[in-house]
Design a protein. Sequence first.
Length: 457
Amino acid sequence: MLFLVPAILVALRSLRTRLSLRRLPLFEKLAVELLHTRKFEELAHLLDRHLPTILEIANGNTARGWLETWIRPKVVWIPPVFLKNGTVILAGQQEFGVWGGSAIRVREWLANRVAPSKARQSAQAIARTTLSSYDFVSYIALARPYLCTRVMAQASLLVEEFQDEFFVALLANEASVLFAELKNNENLVGRGGRYRLPEENELIRFYLQDVRNAGTLGVFRPLGEAVLSRIDTDDSLLKKLNGPLLMYQDRGKRRCPIYSGIHFFDVMVQEGLHQRSNDHLWLHYFRHFTEHLLKRARPVEPDDENHEFATPLTWLLYALINAASHWISAAAYLTKEGDVVSEEDTDSDHHVYISFEAAEALGGMMEAVLSSNSVSERLKRELLDVPIYALKMLEQHKHLHPLAQVLAENLVRPYGIGQEEYIEVLRHYFQKVDASHRSYAHRLEVALNRAGKSFVH
C-alpha cells in the first residue's frame, strides 16, 4: 500500500497535467529533439495530450489572444505622403498634426503588450515543425489518425499541407483507417443510394456527418490530388490495374487506393445530395480520374470484346460512370411530383443542385471514354447504357424533365462545348444501344440531331 498510493497519485497527477505558457520553450526543445531522433511514438504520445492546447495558443484562441485581436486595429497606420517638386515625400508630424495616427499606434502598442508573443511563437514553431514533417505525419496518420482529425481544422490554419500529407499517407498503406472504414461503409440506407455512416467510422463521420465540414476543410482537393498522383506515378499499381480482372471486383478493390478514393467521393457526394448541400464538393474530380485512367490504360486487345470488364481499370471506369449516374437519378427519390426543379435553384428545401452538377460532369466523362482508343467497342456501348438508364429514370417524372434535358445536352456538348467529331462518335455508339433503351432517350436523340444540323449550317 505504501508504494501503491504514491503510484496512483503520480498517475492521477500526470493525467491532469496541463501545458503552461512558460513551459512552451522547453516543450519545443523536447519536441524537436524527439522529431529529429525519430522517436515518433514518444512524440505522438506527447502531442496526443497537448497538441490541441498548442494549436489554441498558436492560433490565438486563448483569452489573451482574443483580447489582442479585439484591441489590435484592423488597418495599419501609414503616414500620408505628398509630392514636392515632383518627389514623393513621407509627411512628418508637422504636416499631419500631433494626433494623426496616434490612436492606431497606441492600439498596436497595447495589442503587442497583451499578446502572449513568446508563447505563441513557441506554439507555432512546435506545430509547424512537427506537422510539416512528412515522415511524422505519415506515422501519426497510421498510428493516431483520430488525433489528426481532432485537430485538422486548427492545424490546417498553420500548416496548409498537413491535410494533403495526411491523405497521401492514408492512401499509401492498405492497413490505414481509411481503407478499414471505407470497407465498413458500403451498406445503403433507404432509397437513393445514400450510404449508412456507422458510429465506429470516426474519420468518415468527422468529414461527412455534417457535409459542410468537408466543404470547409476542402477534403476533396487533397484526396483527389492523392488519387491522381497514384494514377500518374505508381507504375506497379497500374500494372495490376491493367492486368486480368480476377477477384478485383469482389475483393481486390477494397485494397486499391484508386477505388478507395472513388468510394470516398461517392459517399461524400451522396451525403451532399441528401443533406441538400449547395456545394458540388468538387465531384468534377471524377472527370479527371476518368481522363488520367484512360491515359494509363493499356491498348485494346482482341480478346477484350469477350469480356464485360477485361481489366480492373476498365471496371473502375464503370464504377466512376455508375456513381455519377446515381447522383443524377437520386433526384427521383429526393423530390416529389409538383416540385419545381431548376439548375439555378440552390436554396429551396427540395433542390438537387448536385444532380445538375453531376449531369455536367458525366457528359465530360462519357466524352473521354467514347473518344478513347483504350476502351473496347463492347465496353463503350455498355458504358453509354448507364447514362441512358439515368435518362429513363428522369423521364418517368415530369418535374425532373429539366434535369433530363441538362443531362442530354451535356452528353452531346460536354461543358457546353460541341465538337463535330465527338458528336459523330456519340451518334455511332448511340445507334448501337439496344432499341428498347434508345426509346427512353429521345431527348438525347433530339440534341444529337440539333447539334449535327448546327455544324451543317
